[in-house]
Design a protein. Sequence first.
Length: 202
Amino acid sequence: EDARQFFALAGQADEGELSPELSAIMKRLWKDVGVQECFSRSREYQLNDSAEYYLNALDRISAPGYIPTEQDVLRTRVKTTGIVETHFTFKDLHFKMFDVGGQRSERKKWIHCFEGVTAIIFIVAMSEYGPDIGLRIRKCDGDYETDFVCNNKGLTFLSLLICFQNRMMESMKLFDSICNNKWFTETSIYPLIIKNLSLVAL
């Protein structure tokens, strides 16, 4: 019943609105044994790393006059598509920062933008050692390729080729492709392994 009410209320709520009724339902659901069991297996369905943080802070977040803390902001995630370029200056040094989409289909859009860079810092989250990226579905004739989450590892459907991969393995493959990319033959590459990316503040 709570789940049904949650979807009904969430569908009616304005963006950024968290009513007391909706918050109460979310707190009850979060305490539910079944939901906790699902959460314990979150590596199987690619749950956002910060979900537990926000769900444990529902009382504070839903309070009237709530103002996000620095940690609240740092732990947010918005999917990036394409290339977002930002310019800033720090101590007389001028920087260009590129926020790029990490999905496979997005990489070909930005990889060439970094030709001629002197160094690359490749950041990998240790928290991704366990989670799976989901199933990669690709038509055998190569018409398209897409990522999506599915728990049925044995799924077969006509001409679909199915692969199941761990996120860490995906990061290693990406690192290898960058190291051997023609754009970076003269570039120094430094891998940086972080225990929890959500806690990193630059």
